[in-house]
Design a protein around this ligand. Sequence first.
Ligand code: HEC
Length: 155
Amino acid sequence: MAPTRTFFIALVFAAAGSLASAGGHDGNPAVKARKAHMQLYAHNLGILGGMARGNMEYDADAAQAAASNMAALSSLNQRSYWAPGTSNAELGDETKALPAIWEQGSTAGQIGGELAAASAALAEVAGNGLEALGPALGPVGATCGACHKAYRVAD
Ligand code: HEC
């Protein structure tokens, strides 16, 4: 028993070590995490937008799943990956996050709250047909745009 247990413990540490070094070599872990979070927004919103624009056939289950994902994602506590000291002023090209996010009077947190509210409302109706989905998407997309305009380096 004992050797097996030691082996497993060694495996766990090896895995943890490689995660930590991946963070060190490939960039700031907070930046990577928030970009991944944004990619999940884009993926799920892309499905819903595709249906709303008629590029994808409306499917109630798929719409509900994507909208529920949006509601869940937007309600996660994202504190650790919006850590102070990780703007483009400190990290350069690695990130497009502007220092204004962390400055006095920043509305980034408020916009995040609006996204969560709009996503919860979207999840209420997304499975009820295309006519219900379309109008509920607008407020979600508006918060993405508002935050990018104010707090992300323009493309
Ligand atoms: C509270 C502000 C805020 C909100 C709300 C927000 N974003 Fe972002 N988004 C950012 C910032 C800041 C960046 C740049 C992150 C970086 O480079 O570190 C970003 C980056 C991105 C990226 C690029 C990620 C990458 O891999 O570089 C995508 C895609 C994206 N956002 C999609 C969305 C979508 C879709 C929504 C709405 C559902 C959304 N965002 C809502 C602030 C926000």
